[in-house]
Write a protein that binds this ligand. Sequence first.
Ligand SMILES: [Zn+2]
Length: 306
Amino acid sequence: MNIFKLEPDSSQYWPLTHEIYIKKTGRENPYFSKGTDGKMRHYAVCPACNNPIQLIGFVKQAGEENLYARHVPKSILGVATYRQAAYDCCPLAAKNKIQSEKSAKKSADDDLAPQILRLIAEHFDRIILVLQESIGIFISPKLAGELLDDYLAEEAYNYKYASLLNIPWMLAYFSRSKSLVGRVFFHDDMKQAIPEHIPQAVFSGNQLGMRGKAFIKVNVYFSSHNIEPKGNTIEESMDMVITSEKRGQPSVVFRKKVIFDYKKFNHLLNIPEGKGQRNHALLDVATKTLSQHSLIKIQEQLCRDL
Ligand SMILES: [Zn+2]
């Protein structure tokens, strides 16, 4: 992997370069740690699964492209505790292409769920912002509440490949199909494809409507969560599928691969407290929906146990 963080409990992580690693660790123990063989090793924490990782190619200084990190299968004192179950589901540990079923669940000893729920409670507005930019459709507070409600009803935080990096996209992935009529679109590819397939569909500005009194369903759903190794890192994606109905049968109008942009999400999570704009309507939606699912209490309890 080519990202790292220093504390399991943190959601803040950085790109892995010599300069940033040295700056963030201050060359201090336990990140710089001398082994019994007398050799210096360089440790950090995996931003997706909270397991310890070790830097490879740090000493050679052969160029940043040769510097990467990989999981170490043991606890590193003062850095992180090794948890096999979390490693088994870590997207950044994928050696082969993973195409997962939504029904696949984490094992009971994988402990990421409380931290995922805490991020949802504290950063729901940012999660929605990242998701709507990624899929190209405006997400109103009402729609955001529906997405979170479906996500919680599916217990998607317990999905095998739910990680600290992919929360925005998992919110869409676990939602039921949603109507797109009346919604505002940001991406031109969809604005072109929908009227091409549905002659009654018309955009006024960026908003999808129907000519005359036509009532034609245009829905979106998400499928095919994929994790694919790419060099020293991975690409995580899902398919966005827009459907309509032809003679009572659902037909696909548009399909595209949505690649998860971890960077954008990380950037927003790390805006210092008091800086940057917060959307309180969305944060209220999160609090309300989590409490409807009796999860505020559970999440607080679980976080205390971390
Ligand atoms: Zn990991």
